[in-house]
Design a protein around this ligand. Sequence first.
Ligand SMILES: O=C(O)CCC(=O)C(=O)O
Ligand SMILES: [Fe+2]
Length: 654
Amino acid sequence: MAAVGSTAMRVLDDMFFPCTIESISYADGVAVAWTIRYMDDGTIECITDLDELVLGKDAAPPCVSLPLVFDQVAPFLTPWEHATVIRNLSKDLRALAMQAHRWLTLVVGPEPPDIRLDRYLHWLLHLPTDAGLVKTSVTTLKATGLHVTDRDVGYIIRQCPRLLHLGLAYCPLVSYQIFPLLQFPALQLGSLDLYMTRVVHWEMLLLKAATGDIVEVYPSGLVPFRVAADILAAATHASHATMTGIEVCFVDTIQLDATAYVDDDWGAKHAFSWSRAILPVVRISGETFVFRSEDDMTRWLTEKPQWAALLATPRALRQRPEKAKDPLDEQAKLVFASLQEWKESLESQVNALTVAFMQAQEEHRAAKDAYDTVERQRVAVEQQANRAVLALSMGRDSAIELVITTFIGALLWHRDMGRALQLQHFVVWDGLLGHTMAMQLYDAVVRLHQVPGDGLAFERGALAGGKTGRNLRYEMSSVRGDDVLWLDGTESSCPPVIVATMRQIDRLVLERLGAVQAELQRTSLTRQRAMVTCYPGQGASYIKHCDNPNGNGRKITAILYLNPHWTDTDGGELMIHRRESALVTIEPVLDRLVLFFSDARVPHQVAPTAVKRFALTVWYMDWDEYMAAQLFTDECTHTAERAKIESEIRKFES
Ligand SMILES: O=C(O)CCC(=O)C(=O)O
Ligand SMILES: [Fe+2]
């Protein structure tokens, strides 16, 4: 155990510093701190970690004392280094200085980067040493940040005859010319490691100017950087001057700060110290160089004043000399300009279309809103109307029902006409033909009734005819008091207005109503001949009946009334029988069309008429039912039917 006064070595970063133990502090009988005094500079320090001390016999103090070393180093130091660095370095320096001639390995590295220690290295290499006091090897020289050149490397090698390995880290300017040193037989140097060290293939650049003068440029001032090419490529303003294969461009758009760092193509960072914005970029045989500092450039320019003139007038040089116009270039420019124009016009079209599209979208949205609103109103009206029709069709007030039904017919037309037909089995539609055409039809019918011609003569309305219409037919004016004329429209003397009217009713029933009314959609409808009727007055009527009581094929009865002068007292109303003995009364006024299902759903009658009453009736047949009635009514049915009709007639007569 070491005692106060014994010698020791303080170990820091693998370095040994001789010291003596001044005092030892104890806590609970255990040593916790050692106060040591360094032998070289006499400073005192307190150590709490015993591992940092090597105690014992080997810890012999070196014979060189600090004042000696410091005195020799001092002349090489700047005042700043003197004040701040030397204290830390002195221990290293002294230890190293003792050993230089026995070094086997030397690694020169970049820390700390901002302290130039090449002077110390030179001093170290020349320092007389005492071989008896140094250790056998030193692995690392930590005095770094050296600006090592080929010359320095050569010097180190010559001064350290035992050096087996030399490592250079971040020494930027070492050339290939040092490699032959490795083969030099008098040296033992076995390996040279270049860690991130830029090796250039020239020591000195000889620039030959136009005058024939040679300009010497040392590598420490001019370094080829890939980034220099990038600077040049990025430059929007560069002035050029060329002299015998050397091109100098002054780039004035790159602002390099005094401390700008630029990566070179070895990945190393190089500090630029340019306070000016104008950066000369030199191109020699295709390689691009920049000066790392204004100092370097100044040195270079001092060698050759004509380059300085170039720098002094960079702005005058900025204008590139006008090239002779190449017609192809001109052509390309025109094409480019027209393409550019085209592109711009397309862009503006796209913009305009986008605006229009957005407007249209807006309008569409507004229109859709408006449509939705109206549609909602329509549905509400429709529902109200349907409710009213339904309520009335229960038979409470036939007069109002008629009005409502007519109203609905006028308002909602086909679709809702189909709905009305569905609900109440009949509909009334006023103004089928329009007044003019209706009057033409009226006139034609009256004329036919007055002046029968070409076989178009009215006859008494017949009854029965049975299911097929071919069985027993009879006339009985107390049952049916009209005169009738059947027309199919092909008769030569058939008035064209009748044909047009039939077509109009067809269009309504077959095309429109047939397309929307569910029951009619399922039926294949065909129209029969038209029947023109004239109730001659004097109380002529038609008693309550159904047009298709027995499956004779009639599906829809359509009656168009033709009485322009009808008044309340004329009678002849069509009376439709509803449930619970309610009656709907329909006046047979001009151009009023009544449609109803021909079967038992709509029993109806014609009230006694005081005046002549004209109408045109057509029946739309359910073709399947009609054909079945025609084909499958056998003789037996005929006989039974006939007997039944005869008994009916007797009943009427009695
Ligand atoms: O003319 C009318 O109003 C109805 C006639 C009728 O019911 C018929 O002919 O079957
Ligand atoms: Fe009828």
